[in-house]
Design a protein around this ligand. Structure first.
Ligand code: SAH
Length: 340
């Protein structure tokens, strides 16, 4: 009987050890395999030079679980955007964002996204399927290899809604932490918010940074921007976030895209501050990155600064996040399987 071959990437040290033993190899080869997969980024078993040659030749076609780089663009600010081909031929995007001290990878959690937020290019392109944990980990290893530098941070802010793929996202967090060696606090899960899911995530008691894409200071406005908000009243979302803090003892980051004239006026800042008063949270203001299918405006510098000042006057911690990679369509909201 032919058993379906499971990819090796995604397996723990124990599982890899079991696998090598099933292949008639000594247990210590499991540790070697683990190191070559997660530390050296091996793409095939053939290249694992510490393995006996005859065995390697037998395993030449064994699926490791790595994607291939289909296309790569480098923005003037050194941000790199990748289109990666998965084993079934579908394509996802990942972004590598270098600074002097950090190398951050923005990973996708789904192929496309079903949420269809009005301001986001990914949502305009449709949805295919959830990613497996190993396909998320692969994105990090790919960027690490391409930059020839250790990845220090991972943000689940690429294509997809992580909480629609919670099990695989949590599995990926554990692998990135335990097997690749990235601290949980250097991993960020970002969500638009889904009923029940925030509490489910909280109950995993992860040490990750948790970010919620809020984008509006009241329910009516939020529904205009985010179709799924109809099923999740703002009050309930904020209540779940408070419970998240309670359960995990970790603060929540709120992301707020500034859309000129729409949600960026001083009275919106006051309304937002009223919701967040006394809440252990931080607001990340993201000036809108233009996409072709929507005609929202990016506010000017003065409007952005005023919005932040009003929040701070109302004792809400806030900062402005300027997206990187804008020129290569690699910035927040611009990921959409395109070569430009
Ligand atoms: N689905 C998750 C993960 C995607 S994160 C979430 O919604 O949080 C992508 C981040 O970029 C989110 O905060 C998203 O709202 C923001 N974003 C989407 N489109 C954008 C745009 N055109 N300009 C700036 N930020 C955008």
């Amino acid at each position: 009987m032919l058993l379906t071959k499971e990819t090796l990437l995604g397996k723990s040290l124990e599982e890899l050890t079991e696998w090598v033993q099933q292949q008639g190899q000594p247990a210590y080869r499991g540790k070697q395999l683990h190191q070559w997969l997660y530390q050296k980024g091996a793409r095939s078993l053939e290249e694992i030079s510490v393995f006996p040659k005859i065995w390697r030749e037998q395993l030449i076609d064994y699926p490791v679980g790595r994607s291939t780089i289909n296309y790569r663009t480098i923005a003037p600010d050194a941000t790199r955007k990748y289109l990666l081909s998965l084993q079934d031929g579908l394509i996802i995007e990942a972004v590598g964002i270098p600074t002097a001290k950090r190398l951050t990878v923005c990973v996708s959690s789904q192929v496309g996204c079903p949420m269809a937020c009005n301001f986001c290019a990914t949502g305009k392109g449709g949805y295919d399927r959830n990613l497996k944990a190993y396909e998320i980990v692969d994105q990090v290893l790919t960027v690490q290899e391409d930059f020839q530098r250790r990845v220090s941070h991972v943000v689940f802010m690429g294509m997809g809604e992580p909480l629609l793929n919670l099990d695989e996202v949590v599995a990926a967090v554990k692998i990135l932490n335990q097997d690749v060696g990235i601290g949980q606090r250097s991993l960020t899960i970002s969500t638009v918010g889904l009923p029940q899911k925030i509490i489910q995530l909280a109950n995993y008691h992860l040490q990750v940074t948790f970010a919620v894409s809020l984008h509006a200071s009241n329910q009516t406005l939020r529904e205009k921007l985010i179709p799924s908000a109809v099923h999740y009243p703002l009050e309930q979302l904020l209540e779940d976030c408070r419970n998240y803090v309670e359960i995990t003892r970790r603060r929540v980051t709120f992301e707020y895209i500034l859309l000129g004239g729409l949600n960026d006026l001083p009275h919106h800042a006051i309304e937002l501050a009223n919701h967040l008063r006394g809440f252990q949270s931080h607001v990340n203001l993201i000036p809108y990155n233009p996409i072709d299918e929507a005609d929202y405006q990016r506010p000017n510098q003065q409007q952005i600064q005023t919005f932040m000042d009003v929040l701070q006057q109302h004792k809400v911690a806030a900062s402005i996040r300027y997206s990187r990679g804008l020129e290569a369509n690699a910035a927040c909201g611009q990921l959409r399987f395109s070569h430009s």
